[in-house]
Design a protein around this ligand. Structure first.
Ligand code: AMP
Ligand code: MG
Length: 710
């Protein structure tokens, strides 16, 4: 379990005064997003007020069964070794308790943090480590400035501060940033919140199944986005308010798997020092921290499904050409780490950050020297040491000398040729081998595969595992991707029963919906199950109504012709943007295409075989275009027919087929209710529109299911 339903971002404050009544900066701000929607940020004048609000929010989310990620902008831990000096234990949570037992706060903001800071400093030799105060003449145990403090027992920064490039130190109590004071005033609050039912602290506790997870963040991570927002906004805009709102939005938009990656695989220091959530993902989070869905393409044109004029039966090629011309990508963009990008579509061509190989290296285990070798027996003295992958030889190999070298090792200075281990004799001080050896033999040149700065893959590419390898090898850590195309699947028909339910005579199980959901998943889209509705126009309208905001396209099955109970076509007709395409195709025919509140709807036939074929032939290229992949047509090849058939003219036919012994066999029946033939088949035989007498052995076009991405 990794996803969250709501996200809270708390911008904490160490102020000793109550913040003004009118919302202003330097107070406490709570940014909150629930179900993807940003709420009005909450302004708190005191820490006590803020704690009460946070407490109430946690209780509310828990009550409603929503999982909450509650984040705070101050360190959850100190640099390694600090806790032990105070409490005698490395457990950071014991330090929380220690502080909670001492810190006093008040409605006016007055507090005893400098007294507690003095007590802390007393546990350390020399001045500090806590420093900075409001009065030179008070709290003698606290240095006025950082001068003279030696960070020997504990280092000044935590590992995550370096990783996230935060500018702050846990030890600075005064002057901005007052992170040191914020921790003292913040950890006691956290120690109270964590005692609430269902709350766990990341990464100190088992948080994976907790319903509320407390985590540290650093708002500076989305600085680029906040700056852009402030530049566009009016003078009255409050920076802190925008910051918490945008950060909460960004965190809520992170795909669950990307968030899970950010929360796991932390270095060991994090167990004591804590970690900044998203520390090394400033780009990813900044890209998501925006009010506009970044780069959302324009909506589809209302006439994108207009029918060709005056044609009664539209040939398949014409139908495809019209779909291709009328549709365009409808999904926005997001930036994600490469290891969360498998199966996703590139929005832009990634550029190699590094050449492959980055440096000239050896292709084999052997002995390296310079200049190749002429015909005849060779004998070279060996330099001591060796070059191995990841452990380069630093030094130069003199002319006329050789060096032991292993596969993948960078070529040392003075080496441009490698002779294979199997081809030499060596006593450890010399190597003997037989020439000629071509200069450059058994080496790989820097950049011989990919040169830094070149485009690696085209925009529109759906990333395969091997693409991830290419991106990783060339130093690309994040990629711009298309948002996943969300495709709803809805079945219609009074006769349909869901999987597992009882079915009376005259009823049948809904086979299309699980099939279509599975196909969409295979294609890398995000399938959305819209369930089943009976032959009832009002119910269908309601269902489409609720679906319109949640999906980018809809596949319905059944009710697509023009009969009494064919409500899909009737409803799309009412909406005004319908084309009921009578396509000259078998199996298939009526395909209702329309826009429902701007969302393209593919009204597929109810017969499972027809629904399947129409999905492959029409919906696949159309959906891939909507998803930003471009039009994807299947690749086929000719095979000798393993059957005979007399094909009538007038429409294109697709037969369930498979390849056996180099011939195309077809399923014993062409009935479009025969679902078993879909499992039997491994592809389709495509027969052109005209009439044709097919004898065994005649060439027919075979389209394997693999070429439809299945
Ligand atoms: P229709 O297009 O609604 O007239 O349906 C054509 C045929 O397909 C009828 O025999 C339906 O019972 C059948 N059918 C419709 N929807 C489904 C479905 N989801 N699963 C299986 N069969 C279906
Ligand atoms: Mg029906």
């Amino acid at each position: 379990m990794t996803g969250f339903d709501s996200v809270l971002v708390v911008d904490w404050s160490a102020a000793s005064r109550r913040a003004p009544k009118r919302p202003s900066k330097d107070a406490i701000w709570l940014g909150f997003v629930r179900g993807g929607v940003a709420q009005e940020p909450i302004y708190c004048r005191t820490r006590i007020e803020a704690e009460a609000r946070i407490h109430a929010l946690i209780a509310e989310e828990r009550e409603a069964g929503r999982r909450l990620l509650a984040t705070f902008d101050f360190p959850f831990g100190y640099p390694r070794g600090f806790a032990r000096c105070i409490t005698g234990s490395d457990d950071p949570l014991l330090l929380w308790e220690w502080l909670a037992a001492r810190m006093e706060d008040s409605e006016s903001g007055a507090n005893n943090r400098f007294d507690v800071a003095e007590e802390i400093n007393a546990a350390f030799d020399g001045p500090g480590p806590l420093w900075g105060k409001t009065h030179r003449d008070r709290w003698p145990g606290i240095p006025y400035d950082k001068k003279g403090i030696v960070f020997a027992e504990v280092s000044e920064k935590r590992k995550c501060d370096c990783a996230a490039r935060t500018s702050s130190s846990c030890f600075q109590l005064c002057y901005n940033p007052t992170v040191g004071s914020q921790i003292l005033m913040g950890l006691p609050m956290l120690s109270r919140l964590r005692r609430m039912e269902g709350v766990a602290v990341w990464p100190f506790e088992a948080w994976q199944n907790a319903s509320v997870v407390l985590a540290e963040i650093w708002p500076g991570i989305i600085e680029r986005a906040v700056k852009a927002r402030m530049e566009r906004g009016d003078a009255g805009m409050i920076r802190d308010r925008e910051q918490v709102r945008l950060l909460a939005l960004a965190l809520s938009r992170l795909p669950a798997e990307a968030l899970a990656r950010m929360m796991t695989g932390l270095p060991p220091e994090a167990a004591e020092e804590a970690w900044v959530l998203g520390a090394e993902h400033a780009e990813t989070l900044s890209a998501l921290a925006t009010d506009q869905d970044p780069l959302t393409p324009p909506p589809l044109r209302n006439d994108c499904f207009a029918l060709p004029a005056g044609v009664e039966w539209t040939p398949v090629e014409t139908a495809l050409a019209r779909l291709r011309a009328g549709l365009s990508p409808v999904v926005g963009q997001e930036t994600l780490p490469v290891d969360a990008a498998l199966g996703r579509v590139l929005a832009a061509a990634p550029v190699a950050r590094r050449s492959n190989p980055p440096a000239a290296n050896s292709a084999v285990d052997g002995y390296g020297f310079a200049g190749g070798a002429p015909e005849g027996a060779q004998d070279l003295p060996l330099v001591s040491g060796r070059a191995a992958a990841g452990v380069p030889f630093d030094g130069a190999v003199p002319p006329g000398h050789a060096i032991r070298i292993l596969t993948g090792a960078a070529l040392p200075e003075g080496v441009d040729t490698v002779v294979l281990e199997e081809d030499v004799r060596s006593d450890g001080t010399r190597v003997a081998f037989r020439g000629p050896v071509r200069r450059g033999a058994n080496t790989r040149a820097a950049g011989e595969d990919v040169v830094a700065g070149t485009d690696l893959l085209p925009a529109g590419r759906r990333l395969k595992p091997q693409d991830i390898a290419l991106l990783a090898a060339t130093g690309v850590a994040e990629v711009a991707l298309r948002a996943r195309l969300r495709v709803g699947v809805l079945s219609t028909g009074d006769e349909l029963r869901p999987l597992g339910a009882a079915a009376g005579p005259g009823q049948i199980y809904d086979a299309n919906r699980p099939m279509l959901l599975g196909i969409l998943d295979r294609w890398g889209h995000a399938p959305v199950d819209l369930g089943h509705v009976g032959d009832d126009r009002a119910a269908l309208r309601d269902r489409l109504e609720t679906a319109a905001g949640r999906v980018d396209a809809i596949l319905t099955s059944g009710g697509a012709s023009a009969g009494d109970e064919d409500h899909v076509s009737a409803l799309l007709g009412e909406a005004g943007a319908l084309g009921t395409w009578r396509i000259a195709v078998k199996p298939g025919r009526p395909l209702a295409l329309g826009l429902w509140q701007g969302v393209p709807v593919f009204g597929l036939p109810g017969n499972p075989v027809a629904a399947f074929v129409c999905t492959l032939v029409f919906a696949r290229p159309a959906l891939s275009l909507l998803a930003g992949e471009g039009w994807r047509a299947p690749e086929g090849f000719n095979l000798p027919a393993g059957f005979a058939k007399s094909k009538k003219p007038g429409r294109r036919e697709y037969l369930r087929a498979r390849m056996r012994d180099g011939r195309a066999e077809v399923f014993k029946s062409e009935g479009s209710g025969r679902i078993s033939g879909l499992s039997w088949a491994e592809g389709l035989v495509e027969l052109e529109d005209g009439a044709r007498e097919i004898a065994e052995g005649d060439p027919v076009r075979f389209l394997p299911f693999g070429s439809f991405g299945l």
